[in-house]
Write a protein that binds this ligand. Structure first.
Ligand SMILES: Cc1cc2nc3c(=O)[nH]c(=O)nc-3n(C[C@H](O)[C@H](O)[C@H](O)COP(=O)(O)O)c2cc1C
Length: 325
């Protein structure tokens, strides 16, 4: 059975990637992920801005991040105790030394110089690729949608000019003309598009006048919007596509592949069940393929994608109309 795929120009044995987050913080866990068969690992994001000790605590929740989830995880990697740039680069070197699978850094920059400098440092530290975790807080009333998109494209072009390793762009799901924007990133040289950033839910404590930030692990219901995004791009961009968000079972991976994904990133399911979940999901994929007489994931990739439809806009419109009946 052939599960191989190509993501960011790298031939992988299957599409199961450990996504950006705390899983890469702990060298022991990184080795367990490799043993369980993870095809690639993405480290948590390096944030450009200077981070104070207090913010570090808030960000990585040094005490125990699993306590902060609504649902307590059974599995808890040891978080990195500091995530300044030097510690991050040193950690990246250690992870690279510990495993043979490709390791990606993730970068969340602020300034044009920051994106470039840190991308270069990540490459020098041995990253096999970089995920650009571009975050735009949509609160600036002076910036139009076109300005925001232009900024993303400029970041991609600048980083591509700087490094030779492949870069992926992790996108928020909030772009109005999503397919058009993705094509701009593709033309700018992005090697991969990661769909999508997952926003943690917020609430308001109306007694204490406080914003409440809960950290909740995902479930498969969050896959739907990613399938839609991947299907919109499948066979229409040169960049490879990864789905991040709501991938929990072998069947989720089958759906992601049919929508056009080259890779699926796992975070919540690994935090919930531990690294060995990779092995289980791989077995689930193989069992499903055997039952349904598929011999290769490549054969099913994108067969539910918009790229195979003559008039995607009319198709979407019909589906929208029917969904309201
Ligand atoms: C505790 C935690 C930390 C995370 N840290 C990062 C991060 O540093 N950078 C990033 O791009 N995504 C981060 N993510 C988001 C994940 O990479 C992923 O996009 C999201 O959790 C959806 O995937 P899932 O449904 O498999 O959890 C984090 C997620 C969790 C749960």
């Amino acid at each position: 059975m052939d599960l191989t795929t190509t993501y960011l120009g790298k031939r992988l044995p299957h599409p199961l990637v450990a996504g950006a987050g705390p899983l890469g913080d702990d060298l022991g866990v990184v080795r367990q992920l490799e043993d369980a068969g993870a095809a690639m690992i993405v480290l948590r994001s390096l944030f450009e801005e200077e981070i104070t000790g207090e913010q570090i605590d808030a960000l990585i929740n040094v005490e125990s991040y699993s306590d902060s989830f609504a649902e307590a995880g059974t599995f808890e990697p040891e978080p990195m105790t500091a995530i300044g740039p030097y510690e991050y680069l040193e950690h990246l070197r250690l992870v690279k030394g510990a495993v043979g699978i490709p390791v990606l850094g993730s970068l969340n920059g602020v300034t044009p110089g920051g994106w470039i400098d840190y991308a270069r440092l990540l490459e020098q530290a041995g990253a096999d690729g970089i995920e650009l975790h571009i975050y735009h807080a949509a609160t600036d009333m002076t910036m139009s949608a076109a300005d925001v998109e232009r900024q993303y494209v400029e970041i991609v072009k600048a980083v591509k000019r700087t490094v030779k390793i492949p870069i992926a762009v992790k996108l928020a799901p909030l772009f109005t003309a999503f397919a058009h924007f993705a094509k701009q990133l593709d033309d700018a040289g992005a090697d991969g598009l990661v769909l999508f950033t997952r926003f943690q839910p917020i609430d308001i404590d109306v007694e204490e006048f406080e914003v409440l930030r809960t950290r909740r692990l995902s479930d498969s219901s969050e896959l739907s919007m990613r399938l839609r995004g991947a299907a919109a791009l499948s066979d229409r961009v040169r960049a490879s596509i990864a789905i991040s968000g709501g991938v929990h079972t072998g069947l989720d991976v089958i759906k992601a592949t049919m929508a056009g994904a080259n890779a699926t990133q796992l975070v919540s399911t690994l935090l919930r069940h531990g690294p060995d979940r990779v092995r289980t999901m791989r077995l689930e994929i193989e069992a499903w393929m055997r039952d349904h007489e598929w011999s290769s994931l490549a054969d099913m990739r994108g067969n539910m994608g918009v790229g195979r439809i003559a008039d995607p806009a009319a198709y979407e419109r019909t589906n929208f109309r029917l969904s309201l009946r």
